[in-house]
Design a protein around this ligand. Structure first.
Ligand code: ADP
Length: 435
């Protein structure tokens, strides 16, 4: 339809020239004056025919062209005629507003994309985005370094060929040693489903942990040395001075010990015995952290268990807030050690205030909570790092050991600030027992 109309219009516009040519062929070459008159006539008639044939685009055509430009993504186009006070002027103004908005949005999108790509480029962690069919669609510079290859070489390859497929089996958030083509070390792995243009894909994020872990380990080692030397000095100094004193008290060879001297010697030996026993206890404490026996899991009645531990303390500040009758699965002896640590921390933090011990069920878990009214937790992410302590005589072992015990029994241990009140809450979560 459109094409035949265009052909008719073309014919109409060409008609005057065709007629003039036909005339000349029939009549012969005109004189100069006739030729000029004929030329003016042909031009005039062509203009008339062009206008009749709709040579200037109609308004609807103009609108269609403008919309086509938008469809092609050219948001810089603007309609003229916005000053007109008719319907077309109104349409032109609205069109320009729409185009300006789309242009703004496009600019915003481009800026966000630029920001995103700069952020991805600055990231320490490697980011890989895979299509639904497992092909790599995006990789950042850290990812290129990990693979030891440029993006242009690896885009389109699948996770298996890149040696990354095994990382999808690692639970998100875990730290694992892994050898990539470009680098090796310990890495925290994260993955998630990715949805773009209704296509399912997968996102893999690999964060280098080697340096942080090494620093953490070195720091723990320094703390260990500090604590050990502090404890050993604490025990050895009195032992050394006591030995010296006793040596000075000893009578000459062959002389009898008087009753007073006898008592002094006994007392001195007792102190030495006590200090060396304390040192031994202290060392065994550390050894336990390194060699925790595997748990002997059984059914534990929560109320009876809590009451027994509280009785060990014999402290009026500790109050049990009885919860429902529940049993959990765990190693009673090891869990006792955990609860002792948590109650001791709470009592030490809480001063004269009451410490509450309670429990409840949350789905398939039993939550045992110790809350205190102390100053709250110190602003540190190291509470569970071995040997971290804020106490003058603390060893910094309690929380690290407790978490190790609980996690070996499929449990978790968390410490957090008490909601709406001062103080802290320590929460142990363990599997509930059906019995
Ligand atoms: P220690 O008691 O020997 O310091 P822990 O491992 O038991 O070792 O505790 C580590 C640190 O955690 C403590 O020094 C203290 O700063 C903090 N902490 C533990 N429990 C509490 C609590 N209930 N309130 C405030 N701080 C706590």
């Amino acid at each position: 339809m459109k094409r035949s109309r265009a052909a008719t219009s073309g014919l109409l516009v060409a008609l005057p020239a065709l007629l003039a040519l036909g005339g000349m062929l029939l009549v012969g070459v005109p004189s100069l004056a006739e030729a000029i008159a004929l030329f003016v006539l042909v031009v005039f008639l062509t203009v008339v025919a062009w206008r009749v044939a709709g040579g200037r685009p109609s308004r609807m055509q103009t609108v269609a062209n403008l919309l086509e430009a938008l469809r092609e993504g050219d948001y810089g186009v603007r309609a003229s005629g916005t000053e007109r006070q008719d319907d077309f002027g109104d349409i032109a103004r609205r069109f320009n507003e729409l185009a300006a908005r789309l242009q703004d949005e496009q600019r915003g999108l481009q800026e966000s994309l630029q920001l995103l790509s700069k952020t991805l480029a600055a990231l320490d962690g490697a980011v890989f985005a895979f299509e639904r069919d497992g092909r790599l669609r995006l990789v950042n510079p850290a990812g290129e370094r990990l693979l030891g290859r440029q993006a242009s070489e690896v885009l389109g390859m699948d996770a298996h060929a890149l040696g990354l497929s095994g990382l999808f089996d690692v639970p998100s958030g875990d730290i694992v040693p892994y050898e990539f083509a470009g680098q090796a070390g310990r890495w925290q792995v994260g993955h998630a489903a990715l949805r773009s243009r209704s296509q399912e894909g997968r996102l893999l994020v690999v964060q280098p942990m080697e340096r942080a872990l090494r620093e953490e380990e070195a720091q723990a080692f320094r703390r260990l040395l500090r604590v050990l030397s502090h404890e050993i000095t604490n025990s050895m100094t009195p032992i050394g001075s006591m030995v010296e004193t006793l040596h000075g008290l000893l009578p000459d060879a062959g002389q009898p010990l008087g009753p007073e001297l006898d008592a002094d010697l006994r007392h001195g030996l007792e102190v030495i015995g006590q200090r060396s026993a304390a040192l031994q206890r202290f060392i065994s404490h550390y050894a336990r952290l390194a060699r925790l026996p595997s748990p002997n899991v059984a059914v534990v009645d929560v109320a009876a268990f809590c009451e027994r531990v509280v009785r060990l303390f014999d402290d009026a500040r500790i109050r049990i807030e009885p919860g429902e009758s529940l049993s959990l699965q765990g190693d009673r002896d090891q869990l006792e050690q955990v609860l002792i640590n948590l109650l001791r921390n709470a009592v030490e933090a809480g001063g004269d205030d009451e410490v509450l011990l309670g429990w409840r069920r949350a789905g398939t878990r039993v939550l045992v909570e110790v809350s205190d009214l102390g100053p709250g937790l110190p602003p540190s992410g190291n509470l569970f790092v071995p040997f971290f302590t804020t106490k003058a005589n603390g060893a910094g072992i309690g929380l690290a050991l407790s978490r190790q015990i609980v996690e070996a029994q499929d449990g978790t241990l968390e410490l957090f600030a008490r909601e709406g009140s001062r103080g802290a809450v320590a929460r142990v979560s363990l599997p509930v027992s059906a019995r």
